[in-house]
Design a protein around this ligand. Structure first.
Ligand code: NDP
Length: 434
């Protein structure tokens, strides 16, 4: 705490993980040696830099850029870039720490990192976004590389921004290595990468529900957010026969009692991805209810998929969901549920998957993009999808193996934390004190 003042999100992420790890480490004391835990919670390197650029009116704008290179114990640093005014060191350190454990769970050789900027792309012209991305990479480029650190997208960073950054990287490095994932298909992107996080989250929920002998057919589902993860979570849940009732953004929630249809989803994508609009615009177009300033958790559902941002589902929201009969919660976003909300879900027997397990499909598919680029090939969609499915199943099985309680039930939180930790910790122990 003394070393990380004013970093509540980082301390929250560590507290959540340590709660799972203590009982395990008591039984396996080798993990309490060699300063392992102290080293694990200290990022290997944190870069903070100025990003100055010129806006459309000729004014100079200054933003702050970051890259947290948390751990390279099992492979090159890997994790997304977030452009959002709320970005600060605490949020990026929590994300990089979570990413380290998540990447270990994917079975692929990737370390953990995260970065971004307090730049707000909302309301900026395409030219401004491009100039910002180029300015950002003009510093970041010296710290990243195909075998060193491979960034991807996150909130506010989609295919367009990755294209601008990968283009600048190519120019500055005079090389075409795979330094970014989430690229467009025309320059090395992988089929299924845009879909992977949302689809993977639903595949994970499917595995959880299977333990109860259930499928998604006929279930009522709430999704929060309306960005990349949310859109493809809606698509996959719908295609498996669920009725998706909500999406949201930071201004409010759309409730559609009739449920999403492929046509409505296409319209939402048009509003969000082409016009960078708000869900309120979408609600008006399709005649759905819009609840300004509200989150989706008051709507009664069987399955909840928080896919927006951290701490968007608190104890009160959890209590409401439970009172309304929710069976399963799978996080598409990173740390959307507070510690108190998670405790409540687990206490009341709700199946609960933490983001580091259920949303790992995105980074796993980024790992597959790196492999395809290295091999100079491109796998068909079906092959990437099959690999994604199998990785999500393997993460689910790992969680079951490491999260089994004495009474036979499973804590996916403990399972994910312990399984990810063991892989990183074994690699750190084997490589000595560095
Ligand atoms: P997008 O930028 O595409 O979408 C983010 C969505 O969350 C938007 O609807 C946005 O609404 C909403 N949102 C953002 N901040 C807030 C806030 N403070 N309050 C309420 N809503 C908010 O991002 P992604 O879909 O890529 O990412 C969503 C989450 O998933 C993040 O937690 C990210 O870290 C996580 N994730 C993403 C992966 C990926 O592959 N993209 C991989 C693994 C995890 P608004 O437009 O109003 O800001």
């Amino acid at each position: 705490q003394a070393r990380n003042p004013s970093q509540p999100e980082y301390l929250q992420a560590i507290a959540e993980v340590m709660k799972s790890l203590w009982p395990y480490i008591e039984k396996h004391p080798k993990y309490a040696t060699h300063g392992l835990l102290d080293r694990l919670i200290e990022p290997e390197r944190v870069l903070i830099f100025r990003v100055s650029w010129v806006d459309d009116s000729g004014e100079v704008q200054v933003n702050r850029g970051y890259r947290v290179q948390h751990s390279a114990a099992i492979g090159p640093y890997k994790g997304g870039l977030r452009f959002h005014p709320s970005v600060n060191l605490s949020i990026l350190k929590f994300l990089a720490f979570e990413q380290t454990l998540k990447n270990a769970l994917t079975t692929l050789p990737m370390g953990g990192g995260k970065g971004g900027s307090d730049f707000d792309p909302k309301g900026r012209s395409p030219g401004e976004v491009m100039r910002f991305c180029q300015a950002f990479v003009s510093e970041l480029f010296r710290h990243i590389g195909a075998d060193r650190d491979v960034p991807a997208g996150d909130i506010g960073v989609g295919a367009r921004e990755i294209g601008f950054m990968a283009g600048m990287m190519k120019k500055l490095s005079n090389g075409a290595d795979c330094v970014f994932t989430g690229k467009g298909l025309s320059f090395g992107g992988s089929l299924m990468r845009p879909e992977a996080t949302g689809y993977g989250t639903v595949y994970f929920a499917e595995e959880m529900l299977r333990q109860k002998g259930l499928g998604l057919e006929g279930l009522r589902v709430s999704v929060s957010g309306s960005g990349n993860v949310a859109q493809f979570a809606v698509e996959k849940a719908m295609s498996l026969g669920a009725r998706v009732l909500t999406v949201s953004d930071s201004s409010g929630t759309v409730v559609d009692a009739n449920g999403f249809t492929p046509a409505k989803l296409a319209q939402l994508m048009e509003v969000k991805n082409r016009h960078y609009g708000r869900v309120a615009d979408y609600a008006a177009q399709v005649g759905a209810e819009f609840l300004p300033g509200r989150r989706p958790w008051t709507v009664p559902v069987d399955l909840a998929l928080p896919c927006a941002t951290q701490n968007e589902l608190d104890a009160e929201d959890a209590a409401t969901l439970i009172a309304n009969g929710v069976m399963c919660v799978a996080e598409g976003a990173n740390m959307p549920s507070t510690i108190e909300a998670i405790e409540l879900f687990e206490k009341k027997g709700v199946l609960f998957a933490p983001g580091k397990a259920s949303n790992a499909g995105g980074v796993a598919t980024s790992g597959l993009e790196m492999s395809q680029n290295a091999m100079r090939i491109s796998w068909p969609r079906e092959e990437v999808d099959a690999r994604l499915r199998s990785i999500m199943r393997s993460i689910h099985d790992d969680c079951m193996r490491h999260g089994r309680r004495a009474d036979g039930t499973v804590s996916y939180v403990d399972g994910a934390n312990v399984a990810g930790f063991v892989k990183v910790a074994d690699a750190m122990l084997a490589q000595g004190v560095i």
